[in-house]
Design a protein around this ligand. Sequence first.
Ligand code: SF4
Length: 385
Amino acid sequence: MTVPELKLSGASVLERAARGERLTHADVTALYDLPLPDVAAVAHELRTRRANPDVVTYLIDRNINYTNVCNVACNFCAFYRTKRQKDSYVLDYEQISAKIRELEAVGGTRILMQGGVNPDLPLDYYTGLLRHIKAHHPTIRIEAFSPEEVLFMERTFGLTLDALLDTLIEAGLDGLPGAGGEILEDEVRAKAAPARIRSEDWFRIIDAAQRKGLYTISTMVIGFGETYAQRAAHLLKIREQQDRGLGLYGNGFAGFAMWTLQTEHTRLHGKAPGASAYEYLQQLAIARIALDNVPNIQASWPAQGFKVAGAALYYGANDLGSTMLEENVVSAAGGHDRHRATERELIRIAHDAGFTPAQRNSFFQVIRYPDLMALGLVEAAVSAD
Ligand code: SF4
């Protein structure tokens, strides 16, 4: 494909990016000082080359938080409870099945199942839960247990990481959510959450998961007060792991999801700057440019709202994430006023932005083109007779 003429304000780093060259850490850091319209133009051009230029995808799924008891106590989290708090909970298998039945009723394909790190749950709870779901909901993919939870299981149940993952896979695990990525620079992590999984362990667990063929996704959260150099370092670590996963195992991250820190009701409220819609769009565009080996990049409507999510489709995103019949973690800390979306709402964002909406599976493969006429989003052609 030929590179279209982009009128860039003399920024050689953008010209090299537009030619498809791989950027260095200094290059990526420099992007933050360039005019956003120029950065966005290159990001959008790269998006059209790396993913279907006409289509914007979405997933129908549900987040399930099987427990809110957690002993990691991240400063940015308003979701977790100690086990003594009255509103702490652990869901039983039937409660989880009821949630999955609601997902099945609307054509959903996967659950994203995460908890707090609950020190009282035995390994049997996790393996029994996976077996229960596979037995009762065989068409639903289970992407569950973030690297933080896997690290807890590894330390608690006396299994090597390999043996633990084998046990979970045998019970029905299909993939790991990439949660806990935030900024994978330990200086940032230590301030935001002193007990949080460190970046080395996050990548060690993701690497083992990719080696075993599990689905994984990469993530980023901005707004902790991190520097541009730290954001750039985060992106290049993701890119390096993607090279490694694809090169060694033929299995890398399926995509990249990024959102902005929400601090309402958390100990970081008033202490961390968060990030504006402008910064969100800038970061998304820079991620698209830097992550030259990750074809699928999601827009985040739960943190930024539907309007910014629509704009994000011109800042490098080719996907609207998922409907999330239920979301408890970002919403507990504020976020936008919407924490679930109907399929029609996501279809409308893509359609209004000028793209063909398509339902996808976890691997960003299109599984259905919705009928826009039936949804009332396009009118039937009227005969001239
Ligand atoms: S973000 Fe996750 S690990 Fe941290 S306190 Fe909340 S539930 Fe626990």
